[in-house]
Every structure is written in structure tokens, then in C-alpha cells.
Design a protein around this ligand. Structure first.
Ligand code: PDD
Length: 281
């Protein structure tokens, strides 16, 4: 497998970043995970727009223009003979002697990319089964809207889930409301059949799959209630699901070992999953 590092393609074991890269010392960088199905980038423009916003928020210059970046991404897939793949892209402020403030003069930003085969059948199996979710405190910083590589809070939330045999950790804020998953957005369908979601703000990532789900819900005439929900509200929901680029829309069948609905993927979630596959084609 070949990775891309600052203009070069190299096998994964050989590809490396400097020990003085700002990403390693300060998590001073941003990333995107993009999904390609049959060579076509799903919601590609939305991912590139969000990347630009993340870069701008941290005043990191884009290492190249958008068209050039898209070409490198395509090239990486072609060189790896991949058509259905997830692609990880990371841009950091670059390499400079360790000092917290932005280095002056500004170094060239570092750009790295990796790609791996994406197994649609495995995702479909997981969507058919659903996943268990646990709750865990949201320990993150106050700019979770930036897709930065500073992910320790997310790492701890996912690990807490893993240790309990769950597939995702839903993070709970100081008010007892769920923010989002460790690496996905969080949704419930309440007893009235309304889709409940938290409003976009600095405390959650503007998920691209979330946007797609909202569009689908609107088409399906599902009422959308932009209101954060508590852990208890989630536990008594009719249905629940997560959404992300690599998990698509995946049903949640339990929360902290309490069954959601009948403990099986619900009908509204299943309808959204089917529409979302159509959307991704
Ligand atoms: N994670 N919330 C968080 C904290 C995330 O890390 C992600 C994505 C999402 C969903 O965003 P999107 O729909 O744009 O993928 C929400 C990626 C997949 C990851 O870190 O691997």
C-alpha cells in the first residue's frame, strides 16, 4: 500500500513525518476522511469545503489548490488500485523547532494521505445488526467544530466504548446532554416520530453525513427537531442511530445496556439507511 507524504508516494512502512512536525508535538493540524464508492468521492465538495474551513480556523495555508488536491487524492487511489476506499488526509502547520506559537517564517504545511479498501458488505452487515453505544463524559475542548487531529477526548470515549464491548461512545456535556459520538454524529427518533438532533455549534463537528441525513429526512417528511437530547431522552427514544463517512447511517440498538425501542434497527432508521445508500451512489 502506498501513502502520500509531501509530494512523494511511499509504502506505508517507509512513509514518515518529521519528529518536529507540528502535528506530532501540538496536534497542530486538521484532517478529513473521505469515502469513494466506485471511484466517485461521496459528498466530495462538502469535505473540501470543511477542510478549507478547518484550515482557515487555524490559519494554516492550504498546501495546494483544491483541484490539485483532488488530483493527488485520485492518483493515490489509482496507484493503490482502489475504487471503493476510505481516504485519510491530514494537513499540519509543518515542521519547525518546538515552540507553541506559530513558527515565523511560516513553514510549508505538511500533507499526508493514506487510503484503504472500504468494505461495503461489512458496513451493510453492521447496519443490519445495529450497534451498542455507551455514554461517557465529553472531555473535549471548546472548538470541536474544527476537524483537528487533536482527538484525545474522542480516543478516550471510543476506548471506554470498546472496553464495554460497545461500538460507539456518546459524549455527554456538563448539562447532561449528548453532544456526539467519538467519531460520528448522534441522532434519536423520539416517541412522536421526530428526528432529534443537536444544533450545529462549536461543540460538535459539522458532520457531512448528518447533512445528508437531514436532507433525506426532509424529503421523507420526517419532522426535524433541532434540540439537544439528554441521556435519559435517548434511552427512552423509539430509535437511535449514528452517522459518519465510514459508518454511514448505523442503527443504535442499546444505550448503556438499555434497549432502544425493541432492541433492533427501527423502521425509520432503516428507511434512512436505504435512502442514504442511494445518496452515496
Ligand atoms: N469521523 N463527529 C466526530 C467527532 C467525528 O470524528 C466524525 C467523523 C463525525 C461524522 O462526520 P462526517 O459525517 O463528516 O464523517 C462526527 C471520521 C470519520 C473519523 O475521524 O474517522
Amino acid at each position: 500500500h502506498l501513502a502520500y507524504v509531501n509530494g512523494h508516494y511511499a509504502p506505508h512502512q517507509m512513509a514518515s513525518l518529521s519528529i518536529e512536525d507540528r502535528a506530532t508535538q501540538f496536534s497542530d493540524g486538521v484532517y478529513e476522511v473521505c469515502l469513494y464508492l466506485n471511484g466517485h468521492g461521496v459528498d466530495f465538495t462538502a469535505h473540501m469545503d470543511r477542510l478549507d474551513r478547518s484550515l482557515a480556523a487555524l490559519s494554516i495555508p492550504a498546501p495546494m489548490g483544491r483541484r490539485a488536491l483532488a488530483l493527488v487524492m485520485d492518483r493515490l487511489l489509482i496507484r493503490n488500485r482502489l475504487r471503493t476506499a476510505s481516504l485519510y488526509l491530514q494537513i499540519s502547520r509543518g515542521v519547525a523547532p518546538r515552540d507553541h506559537a506559530f513558527p515565523k517564517p511560516a513553514p510549508a504545511p505538511s500533507l499526508i494521505m493514506t487510503a484503504k479498501r472500504f468494505d461495503c458488505d461489512a458496513l451493510k452487515r453492521q447496519q443490519a445488526k445495529g450497534i451498542a453505544v455507551i455514554s461517557t463524559p465529553d472531555l473535549r475542548w471548546k472548538r470541536c467544530d474544527i476537524k483537528s487531529v487533536s482527538l484525545l477526548g474522542n480516543v478516550l470515549a471510543k476506548q471506554a466504548a470498546r472496553q464495554k464491548g460497545a461500538g460507539e461512545g456518546w459524549m455527554v456535556d456538563a448539562d447532561g446532554l449528548i453532544t456526539e459520538g467519538a467519531s460520528s454524529s448522534a441522532f434519536i427518533i423520539d416517541q412522536a416520530g421526530c428526528l432529534r438532533i443537536r444544533t450545529l455549534a462549536a461543540d460538535i463537528l459539522p458532520s457531512i453525513t448528518r447533512r445528508a441525513v437531514l436532507d433525506i429526512a426532509a424529503q421523507q417528511k420526517i419532522t426535524i427537531d433541532h434540540r439537544a437530547f439528554s441521556l435519559d431522552e435517548a434511552k427512552s427514544a423509539k430509535e437511535a442511530f449514528i452517522a459518519s463517512t465510514t459508518a454511514g447511517v448505523t442503527p443504535v440498538i442499546s444505550l448503556d445496556d438499555q434497549m432502544i425501542g425493541h432492541g433492533q434497527p427501527g423502521p425509520i432508521t432503516k428507511a434512512i439507511i436505504s435512502r442514504h445508500w442511494d445518496h452515496m451512489q
